[in-house]
Design a binder for this molecule. Structure first.
Ligand code: ADP
Ligand code: MG
Length: 358
């Protein structure tokens, strides 16, 4: 039997950082890097899954997908299968072969690409067509429970709903969304600093706590509802709240700038976002700051900022299509001169969301 092939992309967030858990706005785009799953149904109720990246296969029964070593890559596959069944999709057993070119652990959401490609494959061959939001929520809860990562909905949502040539303005409270065209004359360039500092996970939780405390002091459910920063808010909660309120406003402005084709304005909002993440939210690091500073000196660059949780990982840059080659060469050389590390640089158009390949 010829396998059916499903594919779901990674993503980059153009602006709207550390605001999803305050129910703000984000503006991600799917990228040309994706997880691909070849699936062949089986007659029994077992899942056999091979990952080309890990060179390893795992098999488990659908009756009991949860019996595994914590932290193993198969937790995403087991979680997705378990959550689909909990949602009422009685799945067929299947052989799955996974192949992905989304760099792992770099902040481009290889995990959501994997979850969504597997979920779409399993549901479809078993005869289920799920609404996009439900598919994204199933994948998110698989990641919460099986990978123990309390991620927001952005990554899975854009992996499902990405639109070619467009970013997606997503309201993380109402889940209303709108696709915003990215002018064909520019490229998104992602620069991987190749570092991930230890404090990333613990500081992420600390920032969430600061935001919750700020919301409590202001007396709102989440910072999305705060009309302004009151005088009695001080210290870290004040700085974090200021970032969140301004970043939410910036993201809406940025979407408007993109709609009107004002790339210069969009780029300066990206730059302001980086400054705020560095100075108010304090989640940048010397490698991210260096990468951004080098990038901004290059011709054809509209804006550069850290993207993702921070403390390493990637920056995102909006660059004229004609300036990409020069950008790549110079940024690679200068980052190596400053930091002694060879970065990885990925160029991408905005890609489509998950689908079956025919
Ligand atoms: P990110 O989503 O930013 O890339 P995460 O830590 O959330 O980083 O997810 C990375 C993890 O996802 C990997 O450690 C691995 O467990 C799983 N994963 C991603 N891609 C694959 C793949 N092709 N095969 C198997 N597991 C994968
Ligand atoms: Mg992830």
């Amino acid at each position: 039997m010829t396998p059916r092939i499903f594919r779901a992309p990674g993503r980059v967030n153009l602006i709207g950082e550390h605001v999803d858990y305050s129910e703000g706005f984000v503006l991600p785009a799917a990228i040309d890097f994706a997880s691909t799953v070849a699936i062949t149904p089986r007659l029994d109720r077992r899942i056999h899954v091979h990952s080309r990246q890990f060179g390893e296969a795992v098999e488990f029964p659908l009756e009991n997908p949860g019996d595994f070593e914590f932290g193993h890559w198969s937790c995403y596959v087991r979680g997705v299968a378990a959550k689909l069944e909990e949602a009422g999709c009685v799945l067929m057993g299947a052989d799955l072969a996974i192949d992905s070119d989304v760099p792992m652990g770099a902040g481009l959401s290889s995990s959501a690409a994997l979850e969504v490609s597997v979920a779409l494959a399993l549901a479809t061959v078993s005869g289920f067509v799920l609404p996009g939001l439900e598919l994204a929520r199933i994948c998110q809860s698989a990641e919460h429970e099986y990978a123990k990562t309390r991620c927001g909905i952005m990554d899975q949502f854009i992996a499902v709903n990405g639109v070619e040539g467009h970013a997606l303005l997503l309201d993380c409270r109402s889940m209303e969304h709108k696709s915003v065209p990215i002018p064909p004359a520019v490229r998104m360039i992602v620069c991987n600093t190749m570092v991930k500092h230890q404090l990333a996970a613990s500081e992420y939780n600390n920032r969430r706590k600061d935001c919750e405390e700020a919301a409590r002091i202001i007396g709102v459910r989440s910072l999305r509802d705060a009309p302004e920063i009151p005088d009695n808010l001080s210290g870290n909660p004040r700085r974090r709240a200021q970032h969140v309120l301004e970043e939410i406003a910036r993201t809406r402005e940025a979407a408007a700038a993109l709609i009107s084709g004002d790339l210069t304005q969009f780029g300066s909002l990206m730059n302001a976002s980086h400054a705020s993440l560095r100075d108010l939210f304090e989640v940048s690091c010397v490698e991210l700051d260096t990468m951004v500073e080098i990038a901004r000196r290059q011709p054809g660059v509209y804006g550069a900022r850290m993207t993702g949780g921070g403390f390493g990982g990637c920056t995102v840059n909006l660059v004229d299509a004609g300036a990409v080659l020069g950008f790549r060469e110079t940024v690679e050389r200068e980052y190596f001169t400053c930091m002694g590390i060879k970065p990885q640089i990925y160029v991408s158009a905005a890609a489509a969301g998950a689908r079956e390949l025919t």
